[in-house]
Design a protein around this ligand. Structure first.
Ligand SMILES: Nc1ncnc2c1ncn2[C@@H]1O[C@H](COP(=O)(O)OP(=O)(O)OP(=O)(O)O)[C@@H](O)[C@H]1O
Ligand SMILES: [Mg+2]
Length: 252
C-alpha cells in the first residue's frame, strides 16, 4: 500500500522562499528568486510566463531533478532539501511523473518497453512489469500501438507513451513541461482531453505552457516573471483579471 503523499490538509507540495541561483562565470542568474507555493491533492495547475521566467527551473525543482539553492521544499510533509541523493531519486521515481516537450522516448524500444523503464528502478515494479505497462498504455488510449517503436508513432501517440510512462508508478503528482509544445492544434486538443480525464480520475497535475488555450484546461493559473510568482489565481479569477487588462495579460 502506497503512503499518502499529502498531509491532513491535502497539501502535497510546499515551497518556502525557494531560490535557484546559477553561477555562470562571474554572473549569478536568479532563475528562481523567492518562490512560495502550496499545491494540494487533485489540483490542476497551469504555469505560464515569458521564456526565461523560470518555469522549467521550477518544474525541475518540483520534480526533484534539481535542488533549490535556498529555501525549503516539502513533499508530502518531508523536507526534500535535507534528503540524500538516493532518497531523492526514490521520490522522483515513485511519487512524481514527468512529461517533456520532446517526449524523451528510447528509440530502440517499443511502447511497452519504454513505459516499463520507471518500473526497473521501482521497488514495487518487479512483479508484472509488462502487465503494468500495458495497463498504463490502455489508460492513455494506446492499446493498439503497444509494440510500435517511437519512429512508428505519431507525435501525439509518442506523447501518450510518455504520459503512460509517467503514470506507470502511480505518482502523486504529474508534472508536464510544455507537453503540447511540439504538437499541432488538433493533437494538442486530444492530449489536453487526456490530461482533463486524468484530473477527473483524481490525478494532481502541473503543466507548463505558453498557450492560453492549453492553460484554460487547468483550474488554477500561476504566472511567473523573472523567477517570481507574479500572480496565482483560480481560472475564474485569472480570466476576470485578464479580461480587464487584456493587453497586459498577453505579455505575461
Ligand atoms: N543550467 C543553467 N545554467 C545557467 N543558467 C540557466 C540554466 N538553466 C536555466 N538558466 C537560466 O535561468 C533562467 C530561467 O530558465 P528556465 O529554463 O527556467 O526558463 P523558462 O521559463 O522555462 O523558459 P522557456 O519558456 O524558454 O522554456 C533563464 O534566464 C535561463 O537562461
Ligand atoms: Mg522552459
Amino acid at each position: 500500500m502506497k503512503r499518502r503523499a499529502s498531509d491532513n490538509d491535502g497539501v502535497i507540495i510546499q515551497l518556502r522562499g525557494v531560490k535557484r541561483i546559477y553561477q555562470v562565470g562571474v554572473d549569478q542568474i536568479h532563475a528562481l528568486d523567492g518562490v512560495d507555493l502550496e499545491i494540494r491533492e487533485n489540483e490542476y495547475i497551469a504555469v505560464m510566463g515569458h521564456s526565461g521566467s523560470g518555469k522549467s527551473t521550477l518544474m525541475n525543482v518540483l520534480g526533484c531533478l534539481d535542488r533549490p539553492t535556498e529555501g525549503s521544499y516539502k513533499f508530502g510533509g518531508d523536507d526534500v532539501t535535507e534528503m540524500e541523493d538516493s532518497e531523492l531519486a526514490g521520490i522522483r521515481n515513485e511519487r512524481i511523473g514527468f512529461v517533456f516537450q520532446s517526449f524523451e522516448l528510447l528509440p530502440q524500444m517499443n511502447a511497452i518497453k519504454n513505459v516499463e523503464i520507471p518500473l526497473l528502478y521501482s521497488r514495487s515494479g518487479w512483479l508484472g512489469r509488462a502487465a503494468k505497462a500495458k495497463k498504463s498504455l490502455q489508460r492513455v488510449g494506446l492499446a493498439d500501438r503497444m509494440t510500435h517503436r517511437p519512429n512508428q508513432l505519431s507525435g501525439g501517440e509518442k506523447q501518450r507513451v510518455a504520459i503512460a510512462r509517467a503514470l506507470v508508478c502511480e505518482p502523486d503528482v504529474l508534472l508536464a513541461d510544455e507537453p503540447t509544445g511540439n504538437l499541432d492544434s488538433k493533437t494538442t486538443k486530444s492530449i489536453m482531453e487526456l490530461f482533463d480525464q486524468l484530473h477527473q480520475q483524481g490525478q494532481t497535475i502541473i503543466i507548463v505552457t505558453h498557450e492560453e488555450d492549453v492553460a484554460r484546461h487547468a483550474r488554477r493559473i500561476i504566472r511567473m516573471v523573472d523567477g517570481r510568482i507574479y500572480s496565482d489565481m483560480s481560472i475564474e479569477q485569472d480570466r476576470a483579471a485578464n479580461s480587464s487588462s487584456s493587453a497586459k495579460s498577453k505579455e505575461i
